[in-house]
Design a protein around this ligand. Sequence first.
Ligand SMILES: *Cc1c(COP(=O)(O)O)cnc(C)c1O
Length: 433
Amino acid sequence: MTHHEPTSPDDTFYGSDFGALQAFDPDIAGVLLSELGRIRGGLQLIASENMSSPEVLTALGSTLSNKYAEGYPGRRYYGGCVEVDKAETIAIERCKALFDAEHANVQPHSGASANQAVYGAFMQPGDTFLAMALPMGGHLTHGAKVSFSGKWFNAVHYGVDRETEDIDYDQVAQLAREHRPKVILAGGSAIPRLIDFEFFRNLADEVGAIFWVDAAHFIGLVAGKAIPSPVPYADVVTFTTHKVLRGPRSGALVCKAEHAAALDKAVFPMMQGGPQMHTIAAKAVNFKECATPEYAEYARRVVENARQLATSLGEHGIRPTTGGTDTHLSLHDLQGVGVTGVDAEARADAAGIVLNKNAIPFDPQKANIASGIRVGTPCTTTQGMGTEEMTAIAELIATAVIKGDADPDHEVSREVRAEVTDLVTRFPAYPRP
Ligand SMILES: *Cc1c(COP(=O)(O)O)cnc(C)c1O
């Protein structure tokens, strides 16, 4: 093995050298800079986004990106894997410890890739599974017609109750008994409330199904022990690492030991080729961050802030579905203020507030118009904002959405933007050293 012994303190670290990039490629360096400016300049309320640490970004910008390492630690199809084996083993051990899981696979490239592995491990084309419908809060990869999951498998979908706007558990049970699915899936992208994992576990046992939780959105709250964990109940839990969790853009899964071999084979070689070792190293850094008391406090504040934001928006007539939230996000019905989701998104954007239009349950509008917006607090909480700021943000959103305009030069856009600037100056994203 040829190996330069690491590393005297003055060794050069290759990677993340912005000056060199700027000198060679000012076009792309300019985009990186102005994207940072965009993040710093506005309020980031997209519920699926966060701001990962400089340490995570450093691991991402490292030479580990070069290494081919198909296979798993100690069982690779390439030589030279001694160092990346260390990184992946550390990531796996930290992931298992963080979630108290029997097995972890840290190779999925994204949430969607992790989900593919579950289909690959447990289902054959044409098999039936049960999941939440996309317009009710589910996800494309949960059997939407445009996704592989809806094209190659028989998706049966449950929704929410008209009264409570929360998961219709009676419907879930009835559909499971009627269709006897191979897999029952809980989780989604616009579910503000806690999910009753014990109910799903019992139902899966009753009908002989695998119980899968897609925790892409809320896994960070689980890591920070701010909400209950699905890990003791589910056969497999898939997740993204870049949402509340605040790691690199990627995915992972944890499962019961009995499913370890099937899921590992489904991730590689069934669905993926070489793992992204720089991203795996960054996931390891993130898992270490998530095990700290500071992160637990962060997760607690994310929920506290989301509750405040949902309540305050409601006081401005922007009604939270289900009456509020238990998590990091809330979904709001704009019909009471007579604005569509698409207009609300554009008006907020013109005022320096980034959020997304979202279908609400039983939405009378098409998905590309929508009657709702979705807001989340992972980013603003990372910036250090608290409940007082959430009350202020709700007022800014209400002003922009109800009285504002999609034109950034409109008087209301300017007024709200000035207040946004004040907030993000007091609570900067990626503060300058
Ligand atoms: C975000 C999300 C995904 C997909 O994650 P990607 O990393 O974008 O592929 C899957 N499932 C749910 C529920 C999500 O919210």
